[in-house]
Structures are given as structure tokens and as C-alpha cells.
Design a protein. Structure first.
Lengths: 1185, 234
């Protein structure tokens, strides 16, 4: 029984888990096969036409080729909520639909709705196309309302991911299917190709086949697209040419018309101009004539006036002439009188002149006498002064000499005194003769000097005498001079009085003379005046007479002129009349001309405009043609379909888990088999002995056991396989159906797997049987007949530590001994229980990890609330408007440059990584908490440095200190050194500094995104919606939403975890029950004994089961360790791109695992307690049997 | 001497499916305190059933069993266990020692659950195993093992000592020694000892001899000429 159940469990788990992935793949494969999922999706930037489709269809190897159209659109559901839909045209053969409700559309305004994501819509509802759609989209759609006539699943979307779009909030809500005539399109947006094969999805066969095709198909697709390009551009060009020709014709025609008109106008213009000129001339002539007439009139008038003036003048002149004659006669009389008076005065003047000249002579004589006397006086004075001066200087010299004499005398006296003093000191006799001579000489000299001085004194006194005499003479002379001087002064005064008298008389004479000359002059002037007057008078008389004659002539002329003038006036009137007629005619002509001109201008303008329009049109068309780029084509295989790719990785997860667990179960199953068979063989020992004694061969005996065991194994295997392969895939598929559309799971029977399971179980059972029997059969028949000696009691190592051992309660000692007594069982128990715990822990840990990595990512690592991405055209700084919006709506934000770079690793392998470059200053750690997996914080990288996430390090070899090469789509390369590895679980992030980019590539990164933190206690959704309205922001993604989404995606593992827990429970039960059972059976006598000894029920149970509990505890401890290892192994096996799990087991999971294991244990124990109760002491003790 | 053990019309019927086997039929006997009683009879006569009922290991189908003034036949399962625990000592044919415990520990196993147990070592010395106290059962001979079993029973200081073929698995001499020990115990400790045997030769050493045959008491007599075990030969 134990064998059966453990084999069933082992096989069930093994085969169930193993079959799950193939079953899932098979199921989905069948669905896709039936619906003819595409192999290639061909996209050309120019779209495709039906020729293309036909061309592809004609390719060998192609089963179907189908053109299809799809368009992303915004629509309103019945609640007027805007949803993003992806509309497809209904397929014919490829990517067929599965109608779940309603019918297929029959007219353009009918559609099929996404059955998995109906957006609250049902059959019969109306989808309205939103006005917010782009112009293009609205143009393309023929209807503004679509009626849902059915619900369908699409083979393109087996899971619930609907992909992304460039409109709305960026993600597609649901798909709809339309008839082709719902769209106004003359091309296909894509062509689906289905090759002629039925290969299983994801199979190597399929992948290889596709691999082979890829190159040639890429070429082919490009070729076809080029053909379409050729067609389009050719058509467009020829159309353009027609347009151009037409334009040219029209232009020529119009130009001709215009030219004619212009010529006509020009003629008219000339005529007009001539007329004008003529008119002008006429006008001028008229004016001249008029002026002439006016002048003439004026002249006449002037002349009349002049004649009158002349008359008057002449009369005046007559009067004057008469006056002048009278005056002239008076003047003659006066002049004659004056002449007489003047002659008298002349006589008197001549007399006075003679007298004056005599007086003058006398005066000059006395003057000469006076001057010579003055001279003499001055000479005498000078001589006197000189003499005085000489005397004075002679006196001064004398006094000087006198002083010198006195001085010399004094000196002599001193010398003499000195000599005498010398002599008085020394008596003469003592003097040397020389000295005596000297003294004598000196004395002589002194006496000589005295004599001289005396002579000088005498001389001086005589000189004094002489001088005094001279002084006397001088004084006498001086007195004489004074007398002469007085005489001179008197003579001088007399002279001056005479001079004054003379000058007076002279003045009187000159005055008289002047008076005479004035009179003379006056007379002469009068004489001249008179003669002038006379002459004038005579002239005037002649003039007057001329004037009178002229006046008469003038009068005659005037009368002639007046007559002439009046004739002219008449003529002028006629001319004027003629002129005015001419002007009127001209004006009419001009008006006519102007109208014509206007018409012409308008026509010309119109022509120019029309031509310009046409030209612009042609230019536009030309530009359009030029703008038609050479088409880019894309050959997209199934891997680009989200469902296809997702399903592969999702189903792989199960497969990877499947690799680990079954081995474990098989191992446990083998061990259970061994113990069970051991026990059985031992129990049947006597029987074996008897049989052997009776002569049965070993193989016969063994066969008996093998048969028993094998039967159990086969039954268990079949049972396990049947249950496992049905249960596991369905449970797991059920969990997957949360994410995938409902496709009934197909049960697959895998011969290989089933035979493998059978083989394994048989090997387990029969192998163990053989081992067990072999040991027993080695004994002789006689030995076998005897009961096997009970296994000897043994001391356990613990007893060698008396201080510990003696402290233990007696019954515990027993338990401990028992535990170690059967080592095999001990290990099996530990392994079984440990395995159970490990499985539980792994199961819970798996859940923790999967559910938790998103928590860790978005709670512990990315602490920002949201990420915004900006329109690409924003440069290094953000527009003010955006800045304001960010400032007002967010608590804080940091501008970033987010880009994708490929890391080069291994053999030319590349992998796209998400690079973050912080652009604005600020604390990056408030948005993303960078720390190592050990929890040590990391700072931002410096120049030429880079931080990588742990997944990048693990998967792409970007180890610490290594220099890695990054490349972007423009083939720019960065070489940076890894200076830190930070913990991160979602996406492959790398963090670079702005400086590195600037240094290595010479450009400053633009800011195209931002991390933001919102204020506390605000509605994140509201803020993000508010932000999204900003025209510079393309998307705002909330991290909390991402976290939720991610956790949801991974929620499918819950069922798997549940399955693991159930299996763990089963394992625990089987192992515990089996072992306890064996234990009890084996020790039944012992148990009976202690029962007899009076152990109470619970004491007995405790005695036996304490071991179980202790072993369970040990098993749990081992199991926890094992579980942690197993868990991390399983996690390491589950590799999901863009996600790196954080191996994490929450403390609660440990608690749960332990509690559950104990729970299983207690359940088994309770069950065993009943069994213990049933042991019949008497029977058990009676004998060996 | 007062009556210590009394069986009154005890019946025991085993039911195995449809089949009913009357193991005991109106068994009546009494034993006085301090007596050495031998119950003798052929195999299958029902002696072990009597012993099991008296030892509280089995229930009876009818009648009453009294011990020291209390009716054990009316005991509940739990009371029976307590009764076994405090009042009865068992010695089995196949010793039934716990293999995983030493001689001393086997004694202690029983002793530690009693109210006033005797010291294990003292008891072992009494039975002559002072030297082998620390040996495991597998290291002891059959006689020694039986002596350990007796010591285990004695250590509980029971009111009554029940021995089921204590010498059945032992050789003659050893059996004799064991019986001697039992007899001595009875005499020295004034213990009531009941020995089951199919060997009627042993009746000579008993104070009271009960003969069982086909589930009934054939005879019960008191032996006034008790012979020392050493003098009995069979």
C-alpha cells in the first residue's frame, strides 16, 4: 500500500509536471494549427497591393498569403469612456477567429468584439468612433458607429496582452474585427504568410525551417515592396506629367489672350495719349491767347494811365519852369553885391600881415641873446662843481695819509717798547755780538722811521693850507655865478611876455583870413549854382516840349490797340468752345480705356493666380512623389507576436520547475520502497526460510516478492500517471487561463514519459526488493527459520557526555536511543520530512519571490511614484510650460535621459539594456535607491564609470571592475568601467553619468523623461492624467500600477504553489505514515510490554511518537536548509527576460512550512495513536508469532 | 489469612468472526495474600487467559474478579492501566525486555512510573545481577534476562506478581534458579506470587495449586508440605 501510494505520488508528480508544458504547447498548437496562425507578417512602409499578395501567394511553399489591414483607433463605449481599439479586417484563412457569440459581420458598420476583453460591451452594443482620432484615421474609417454583432477570440491574441499603440494612453484595450469595406483603403497594411507545414510551435523543426527561410524571405519581401514602390511612383509620375502638360497648354492659351488684350489696350492708350497731348496743346494755346489778351488789355489800361500821368507831369513841369526863371534873376543880383564886399576885406588883410611879420623878427633876436646867456651860466656852474669835488678828494687823501702816519708811528713805538722790554730782561752785556748788532740795527731803523713820519706830517699840514686857499677862491666864483643867474631869469620873463602878444595878434589875423576865404567860397558856389539852374531850366523847357509831342502819339496808338484786343477776345471764345468739346471726348475715351485696363489687370491677376495654384499643385505632387521613400520592409515572424512569445516563456517556466521536483520525488519513492520491502522481507523471514527449506529456488522466492512489489508499483504508477497527467496540466492550465483565452486542454499521452515512469517505478520497487531479499536469502534456511535476533541495544554517543545524558529524563533517553538505533530509518525520516519542509518552503518561497520581486522593485528600489516620457524634440532643457506643469503637480522630479543601448558580450552577442542618465541635479536616491544585493548603498557613477543591475552582471558578464562596451542604434560606442552592481529586478538597467556621454561622444544628453514623486495623499491617477494633458509629455506611467500588473502576471504561479504544497503534504503523509507504521509493527512487543507495565495511553503514544516528533524536528531543520537551496535553484532555473527575481522567502513562509510539516506529523501521529490503542497486549506478548 | 484474590464465575469468550470460543467457563478460585500459587494445566486450558484477566490485560465476559478487596472486573480501561501500573508485576516467558535499554534501565522503566518503587540497583542486586546492570538484554543470557524481567516486576513493588511460564524458554538449571528467586521473593517480601506453568512438578513448591482444564478449574488445593525448589526434580 505504501509502495503503491508513494509510487503513485512520485509518478504523478513527475509525469504531471513533465507533461504539463508539452500538453499546454500541444493544446495551443492545436488551436493555432486549426486557426492557421501566420508564419510571417510582412510589413512595408508603403503598404501592399493585391499584386503583391498574389505574388506571395504564388510562391512555392506558401499555403496562404493574405493581405490585411489594421488600424489603431479611439472609440467610445456605451458609457462614453474612451478606449483604444485595434481594428483588423476579417481574415480569410490565416489567423482565423473563434466566434464565441453572435454572428460574423455582414456589412461595413458591423464588427466583432474582443471576447476576452469586451470593455463592458455586449453583442448589440454600438461602438462610436471618437472625434479625437487623428484626421487620417477618421478619413480611413467609413463609418462613425460600429455595431457589435458577435464576440470572438483571435488566434493573434491567445493571452490577454493587447500590445501597445501610439495613440491614447499607449496601450491597446481590445481588438475589433471589421469587414474590409469598413475601411477606405486601397492598400493592405500587412500581409500574413502561412507556409505549407504543420510543424509544432516552438519545435526545433519549426525554428530550423523558419531560420532557413528568413534570409531569402527578407530579400523577397524587399523586392516585392520595391516593385510596389515602382508602381506607385510610376503612376504618380505619369499623372503628374499629364497635369503638367495641361498646365502648359492652359498657360499658353491664357497668355495669348492676355497679350491680345494688352496690345489693344496699348493702342487705345496711345490714341488717348495723343488726344491728350493735342488737348494739352490746345489748352496751352488757349491759355496763351487768353493771357495775351489779358496782357493786352492791361497794357492798354496801363498806357491810358501813363498818358494821363504824362499829361499831369507836363503840366507840373510848365509851372516849375516858370518859377525857376524868377529865382535865377534874383540870384544874379545877390552875386554882384557879394563881389564888391570881398574885395574890401582883401585889402585889410594884407595890411595886418605886414605888421605881424615885423613883430616876429624882433622876438627872434631877443630869443637868441637869452639862449647864449643861459649857456654861459650852465658852464660856470659845472666848473664850480668839478673844483669842489677835486678839493674834497684831496682832503680825503690827506686824511688817509695822516692816519697811516699815525699808525706807523704807533707801530714804531710798540716795536721800540718791545725792544726795550727785551733789553731790559737781558742785560746788554749778555747779548751776543750778533744780537747786539741786530738790536742796534733795529734802533736805527726806528729812528729813521720817526724821521720819515715827521717829514710826512709837515707835508700834510702844507697841503692843508693850500687846499684851504683853493676853497676860498671857489666860494668867490660861486657867488659871481649866482648874480649872473638872476639877471638871466629877468631877461627870460620879458621875452616870454612879448611872445604871447605876438601870438595873439597872429591868431586874430588868421581868423580874419579864414572869414574872407569862406566868403569867397560862398560866392563862387552861388555863382556855380546859378549857372546850373540856368542850364536846367533850359533843358526842362526842351523836354517838356518833347513830352507834349509824345503824348499825342501815344493817344493814337492806344485807340488802335483797343480795337485789336476786342477782335482777339471774340476769337478766344470760339477756340474755348472747341477745346471743351475735345476734352469731353477725351474723358470718355479715357474712361473706356481705364475699364479695359482694369479688366486686363484682373484677367492677368486671375491668370497668374491660377497658374501659380496649378504650379503649386504640381510642385506638391512632385514633392509628394519625392517624399515617397523607398519602402522599408519588415519580415516579422511569430516571435514578434506577444501571445506567441509570452506563451513560450510562460510554458517554459513550468518546464523548468518540472526539471527539479520529480527527481526528488523519485528519490523519496525509492527510499520508501526500500524500507517497505525490507520490512516486508523481514516480516516474512520465516516464510522465506520455510520456502527455502522446502526447496524453492532463490529466484522463485524473490519473484514472489518482486511480483507483490512490482504489482503495487505498476498499479501505483498507472494510477499516479493517470492522475498526474490529468491533474497537473489542468490545474496549471487553469491558472494560465487567467491570462489566456479559453482553449480546452487536450490530454496527451506520452509513450516515452509513461514508459519512463513505469521503468522508474519498477526499478524502484523491484530493485529494492532484490536488494532486501538478497540480504535475507544469503542466510541459510535454518537461520531463516529462527526469528531474527532483535537488534541489539546500543549506547549512543550522547551517553559519553554524562553531564548531558544524566540530565535527560529517562524516557527521552529511550527515545534518543531509539532514534539512532535504526540509522536508515532515521535518514529516511529526516529526508522525507525534510523533503516535505523543503518543498513547502520552496512553494511558499516561490510565491514570495514571484509576488515579491515587484514589491521589492517598486517599494525598496524604485521609490519614485511615476515616470514620464517626453516628446523627443525636447532638447537639453525643458520648455517652461512643461517645467511649470511639473513644478505645480509634483512634489519633486528629476529629469533623465532614458535610452536603449546594446551591451556587447560573449561571441558578438548583444542585448539591449535600459540606460538612465540623470540630467538635472538632485538627489537620485529619492527616486531610485541604489544599493548592492548586500544592502550597501551605491553612489552615482563618475566619468567613464557605469553602474549595472545585478541581472546585467549575472547574464551579460558585466562584472565589477570590468570594462564593458555599449553600442546604440547609431553605432556610437561607449567604453565604461563597471564600478557598482545594484539590486534591481525589473528591466536591465544601467546608470551612466552625463559627463561620460559628453566626454566619450561629445554631446550632452537630451532630457526625454523624468522620475517624479507626487505629494503625499493625492490621487496618483488624477495627477498622472493631469500631466498627460501636457503636450510635451507622451506618457506617464505609475510605478504602483506597474507593480500591480507585474504581480498579477506572476499570479499564475499561485496554482503551481498550491500544487507543490499538496504534493508536499502527500509526501509527508506517506513517508511519516510508512515509517511510523513500520516502526510500530516492528516494536509491537516492546509497546505491548510498556502497555503491560501500565503506561497510560498518552504515555504510550508519547513513548513511541516522541521519536517521530524529534525526527520531524530534525527533518524540518534539514528541510529548511534544503528548502533554501532548492528554492534558489528553482528560482535560478526560472529565467524570464527583463525580470530578475530576488530570491526571497518571507519569515511567515518558514513559519508556515514548519507548522504545516508539524501538522502533517500530528495528523499521522493521531492516526497512529489509534493503531497503538488497538495493540493487544496479551496477543502480542504471547509468543513470537 | 484473608482472601486476596478471588475469581467468581468468570467467563471469557473470544469472538473471531462467527466463531465463539469459550476460553473460561465459570472459573472460581481464591488466593490468599502472601501465597505462592501455581496454576497448572495443559496448553490451551485457559491458564494464560486467567492470568491476563487477573493482570488487567484482558477483560472478562462475565463474573467478577476481586483483588485485595476491590473489583477489578468493573474497572474501566484507564483504571485497568492504573491497576497494572501500581498493583501488578508481570514476568513473561519471553522476558519482553526493551532491547534498547540496559538491564538497569529496563528496571527503571517500570520503576519510574510507580508510586513507591524499589531502588532499581537494589532489586537487581537482589536478583543477583549487580555486575550486569549496565548490559543490554542482548548481552545477557536467558536466565539473566528473566531475572531482569523479575527485577523489573519487583521494582514496581506490586501487590501481586504474575509469572507466565517464566521458565518456559530456559534450561532446567536456570529455570530452577529463576523459580528459586520467585519463591524467595514470595517468602521474603510476603509477596503474592502466581506462576503459570504446564509443568506439574512445580506444584510441589507452591502454597496453593490450581489446576485448570478446558477453561474450568479442575481442582484447587492447598499444599501443606511445601518443598524447596532445590529439592524438586523433573
Amino acid at each position: 500500500m505504501a509502495i503503491l501510494s508513494i509510487i503513485a505520488l512520485g509518478v504523478g508528480f513527475f509525469s504531471g509536471v513533465r507533461i504539463t508544458t508539452p500538453a499546454m504547447v500541444h493544446t495551443v498548437n492545436a488551436f493555432w494549427q486549426e486557426k492557421q496562425l501566420y508564419d510571417y507578417r510582412l510589413i512595408s512602409t508603403l503598404g501592399w497591393d493585391s499584386d503583391n499578395v498574389q505574388a506571395f501567394r504564388n510562391m512555392p511553399d506558401v499555403r496562404y498569403a493574405e493581405g490585411s489591414n489594421s488600424i489603431d483607433l479611439l472609440a467610445l463605449n456605451h458609457e462614453n469612456v474612451e478606449i483604444v481599439l485595434k481594428a483588423y479586417t476579417l481574415p480569410e484563412n490565416i489567423n482565423q477567429l473563434r466566434l464565441t457569440e453572435g454572428r460574423m459581420p455582414q456589412s461595413g458598420n458591423e464588427c466583432l468584439m474582443d471576447a476576452s476583453r469586451p470593455c463592458g460591451l455586449a453583442v448589440g452594443d454600438i461602438i462610436r468612433i471618437s472625434e479625437d482620432n487623428e484626421e487620417d484615421t477618421l478619413d480611413t474609417l467609413n463609418y462613425t458607429e460600429l455595431k457589435i454583432v458577435g464576440m470572438a477570440d483571435s488566434s493573434l491574441y491567445v493571452n490577454f496582452e493587447r500590445g501597445t499603440t501610439s495613440i491614447g494612453n499607449g496601450s491597446v484595450e481590445a481588438f475589433v474585427y471589421l469587414l474590409p469595406d469598413a475601411l477606405d483603403r486601397d492598400f493592405y497594411s500587412e500581409i500574413y504568410i502561412r507556409f505549407d507545414h504543420d510543424s509544432v510551435i516552438y519545435s526545433k523543426e519549426y525554428k530550423d525551417a523558419m531560420e532557413q527561410r528568413s534570409g531569402s524571405w527578407e530579400e523577397l519581401t524587399q523586392q516585392k515592396a520595391d516593385l510596389r514602390y515602382q508602381r506607385i511612383t510610376d503612376d504618380a509620375r505619369s499623372e503628374l506629367q499629364d497635369g503638367k502638360d495641361e498646365l502648359e497648354d492652359k498657360r499658353a492659351e491664357g497668355q495669348q489672350e492676355l497679350d491680345d488684350a494688352e496690345k489693344e489696350l496699348a493702342d487705345g492708350k496711345k490714341e488717348l495719349d495723343d488726344a491728350e497731348k493735342e488737348l494739352d496743346n490746345g489748352r496751352k494755346e488757349l491759355d496763351n491767347a487768353e493771357k495775351e489778351l489779358t496782357d493786352a488789355k492791361k497794357q492798354i489800361e496801363d498806357n491810358e494811365k501813363k498818358l494821363d500821368d504824362a499829361r499831369k507831369e507836363l503840366d507840373n513841369a510848365r509851372q516849375q519852369l516858370d518859377d525857376s526863371e524868377l529865382q535865377l534873376n534874383d540870384a544874379r543880383q545877390q552875386l554882384d553885391d557879394s563881389e564888391l564886399q570881398l574885395n574890401d576885406a582883401r585889402q585889410q588883410l594884407d595890411d595886418s600881415e605886414q605888421q605881424l611879420n615885423q613883430a616876429k623878427q624882433q622876438l627872434d633876436d631877443s630869443k637868441i641873446q637869452l639862449d647864449s646867456a643861459g649857456q654861459q651860466i650852465a658852464d660856470g656852474e659845472r666848473q664850480l662843481n668839478d673844483g669842489q669835488t677835486q678839493i674834497n678828494s684831496a682832503f680825503a687823501e690827506l686824511r688817509k695819509n695822516e692816519e697811516i702816519l699815525i699808525f706807523s708811528e704807533n707801530e714804531l713805538n710798540t716795536q721800540e717798547q718791545a725792544l726795550n722790554a727785551q733789553l731790559s730782561q737781558i742785560p746788554w752785556e749778555y747779548l751776543t755780538p750778533q744780537q747786539q748788532a741786530q738790536f742796534t740795527y733795529a734802533r736805527e731803523q726806528i729812528s729813521q722811521g720817526r724821521a720819515q713820519i715827521e717829514a710826512g706830517k709837515q707835508q700834510i699840514s702844507s697841503a692843508y693850507q693850500e687846499l684851504n686857499i683853493q676853497q676860498e677862491i671857489l666860494n668867490q666864483k660861486h657867488t659871481e655865478l649866482e648874480a649872473a643867474k638872476a639877471e638871466y631869469e629877468a631877461g627870460k620873463i620879458q621875452y616870454e611876455a612879448g611872445l604871447a602878444q605876438y601870438e595873439n595878434s597872429l591868431a586874430q589875423f588868421q581868423e580874419g583870413k579864414a572869414q574872407y576865404e569862406d566868403g569867397l567860397k560862398q560866392f563862387e558856389e552861388g555863382q556855380a549854382q546859378y549857372e546850373d539852374g540856368l542850364k536846367q531850366f533850359l533843358d526842362g523847357k526842351v523836354q517838356y516840349e518833347n513830352g507834349v509831342k509824345e503824348l499825342e502819339d501815344g493817344r493814337q496808338k492806344l485807340a488802335d490797340g483797343r480795337k485789336e484786343y476786342e477782335d482777339g477776345l471774340l476769337k478766344l471764345e470760339d477756340a474755348r468752345k472747341k477745346y471743351e468739346d475735345g476734352v469731353r471726348k477725351w474723358q470718355d475715351g479715357k474712361k473706356e480705356y481705364e475699364n479695359g485696363l482694369h479688366e486686363y489687370e484682373d484677367g492677368k491677376k486671375e491668370f497668374a493666380e491660377k497658374i501659380a495654384d496649378a504650379e503649386a499643385e504640381i510642385a506638391d505632387a512632385e514633392q509628394e512623389i519625392a517624399d515617397i521613400d523607398q519602402p522599408d520592409t519588415y519580415v516579422l515572424d511569430r516571435n514578434t507576436n506577444i501571445s506567441y512569445a509570452c506563451f513560450e516563456s510562460d510554458s517554459q517556466i513550468v518546464e523548468q520547475v518540472a526539471r527539479v521536483f520529480p527527481i526528488f520525488f523519485i528519490l523519496v519513492a525509492a527510499m520508501v520502497c526500500i524500507t517497505t520491502m525490507n520490512r516486508m522481507v523481514e516480516e516474512q523471514r520465516t516464510q522465506i526460510g520455510t520456502l527455502k527449506a522446502l526447496g524453492y529456488s532463490e529466484s522463485d522466492i524473490m519473484g514472489k516478492f518482486a511480483f507483490y512489489c512490482g504489482t503495487a508499483a505498476v498499479i501505483g504508477c498507472v494510477l499516479g500517471y493517470a492522475i498526474g497527467t490529468v491533474l497537473f496540466p489542468s490545474v496549471i492550465w487553469m491558472s494560465y487561463e487567467l491570462m489566456y483565452i479559453e482553449i480546452p486542454l487536450t490530454y496527451i499521452f506520452d509513450w516515452k514519459l509513461s514508459s519512463l515512469s513505469l521503468l522508474a517505478s519498477l526499478l524502484c520497487s523491484i530493485g529494492t526488493t532484490w536488494i532486501a531479499c538478497h540480504v535475507e536469502l544469503a542466510e541459510t534456511a535454518a537461520g531463516l527459520m529462527r526469528p531474527k535476533a532483535p537488534k541489539a541495544g546500543k549506547r549512543v554517543f550522547l551517553e559519553y557526555f554524562p553531564f548531558l545524558w544524566n540530565r535527560l529524563k529517562f524516557l527521552y533517553k529511550v527515545s534518543i536511543r531509539n532514534m539512532f538505533r535504526y540509522k536508515g530509518r532515521f535518514f529516511m525520516m529526516v529526508l522525507g520530512v525534510g523533503g516535505c519542509t523543503a518543498l513547502l518552503l520552496t512553494g511558499f518561497g516561490l510565491k514570495d519571490t514571484v509576488a515579491g520581486f515587484a514589491d521589492v522593485q517598486y517599494n525598496d528600489i524604485v521609490t519614485a511614484d511615476a515616470e514620464a516620457s517626453f516628446k523627443t524634440d525636447i532638447g537639453e532643457t525643458i520648455p517652461e510650460e512643461l517645467e511649470n506643469s511639473l513644478n505645480s503637480l509634483t512634489e519633486e522630479y528629476m529629469l533623465l535621459n532614458l535610452s536603449s543601448w546594446d551591451i556587447l558580450y560573449g561571441d558578438n552577442k548583444v542585448k539591449a539594456l535600459n540606460m538612465i542618465i540623470p540630467v538635472s541635479d538632485g538627489d537620485f536616491s529619492s527616486y531610485m535607491h541604489l544599493h548592492t544585493t548586500d544592502g550597501e548603498p551605491l553612489s552615482l557613477p563618475g566619468t567613464d564609470e557605469i553602474l549595472v543591475s545585478n541581472s546585467v552582471m549575472e547574464r551579460f558578464g558585466a562584472e565589477l571592475g570590468k570594462t564593458i562596451t555599449l553600442r546604440n542604434e547609431d553605432m556610437e560606442e561607449l567604453h565604461v568601467k563597471v564600478t557598482g552592481v545594484f539590486e534591481n529586478h525589473v528591466y536591465n538597467y544601467i546608470i551612466l553619468s552625463q559627463d561620460t556621454l559628453q566626454k566619450q561622444l561629445g554631446r550632452i544628453p537630451t532630457c526625454n523623461g523624468a522620475y517624479m514623486n507626487f505629494p503625499e495623499e493625492t490621487d496618483e491617477y488624477q495627477i498622472s492624467a493631469e500631466l498627460s494633458k501636457n503636450e510635451h509629455i507622451t506618457t506617464v506611467s505609475l510605478f504602483s500600477e506597474m507593480q500591480e500588473r507585474m504581480a498579477k502576471t506572476m499570479g499564475s504561479l499561485d496554482y503551481i504553489v498550491l500544487l507543490v504544497i499538496v504534493c508536499a503534504a502527500g509526501l509527508a503523509f506517506i513517508v511519516l505514515y510508512n515509517l511510523t507504521n513500520i516502526n510500530i509493527t516492528e516494536r509491537i512487543r516492546e509497546i505491548a510490554t510498556i502497555k503491560v507495565l501500565g503506561f497510560f495511553k498518552n504515555e504510550t503514544s508519547a513513548y513511541v511518537l516522541r521519536e517521530n516528533i524529534a525526527l520531524t524536528a530534525v527533518g524540518i531543520i534539514v528541510g529548511l536548509g534544503l528548502g533554501i537551496l532548492l528554492h534558489s535553484f528553482v528560482i535560478s532555473q526560472i529565467i524570464v527576460d527583463l525580470v530578475s527575481f530576488k530570491t526571497r522567502i518571507l519569515p511567515m513562509s518558514f513559519v508556515y512550512s514548519i507548522l504545516l510539516t508539524f501538522l502533517f506529523n500530528i495528523a499521522v501521529n493521531a492516526f497512529m495513536g489509534i493503531k497503538l490503542e488497538k495493540i493487544n497486549m496479551a496477543e502480542s506478548l504471547k509468543s513470537i508469532e | 489469612m484473608s482472601i486476596f484474590v478471588e475469581f467468581k464465575n468468570v467467563n471469557k469468550i473470544y469472538k473471531t468472526g462467527e466463531l465463539e470460543i469459550q476460553a473460561l467457563h465459570d472459573v472460581n478460585f481464591e488466593i490468599e495474600k502472601g501465597e505462592f500459587c501455581v496454576i497448572v494445566g495443559a496448553s490451551g486450558a485457559g491458564k494464560t487467559t486467567i492470568l491476563n484477566i487477573l493482570g488487567g490485560m484482558d477483560t472478562l465476559s462475565g463474573g467478577e474478579v476481586w483483588l485485595d478487596g476491590t473489583e477489578i472486573s468493573s474497572y474501566s480501561k484507564k483504571q485497568l492501566t492504573a491497576y497494572r501500573r501500581y498493583d501488578v508485576g508481570f514476568v513473561f516467558q519471553f522476558y519482553n525486555l526493551v532491547q534498547n535499554l540496559t538491564a538497569k534501565e529496563n528496571v527503571e522503566l517500570a520503576a519510574q512510573i510507580c508510586r513507591n518503587p524499589l531502588d532499581a540497583e537494589t532489586v537487581l542486586k537482589q536478583v543477583g545481577l549487580a555486575e550486569r546492570m549496565k548490559n543490554f538484554p542482548a548481552q545477557l543470557s536467558g536466565g539473566e534476562q528473566q531475572r531482569v524481567a523479575i527485577a523489573r516486576a519487583l521494582a514496581k513493588n506490586p501487590k501481586i506478581l504474575l509469572c507466565d511460564e517464566p521458565t518456559g524458554a530456559l534450561d532446567y538449571q536456570t529455570g530452577k534458579a529463576v523459580l528459586k528467586l520467585l519463591q524467595d521473593t514470595c517468602r521474603k517480601n510476603k509477596m503474592t506470587v502466581i506462576v503459570i506453568t504446564h509443568n506439574s512438578a512445580l506444584t510441589a513448591m507452591a502454597d496453593r495449586i490450581i489446576t485448570v482444564k478446558s477453561g474450568t478449574i479442575e481442582s484447587m488445593r492447598q499444599n501443606s508440605h511445601v518443598v524447596d525448589i532445590a529439592d524438586i526434580e523433573w
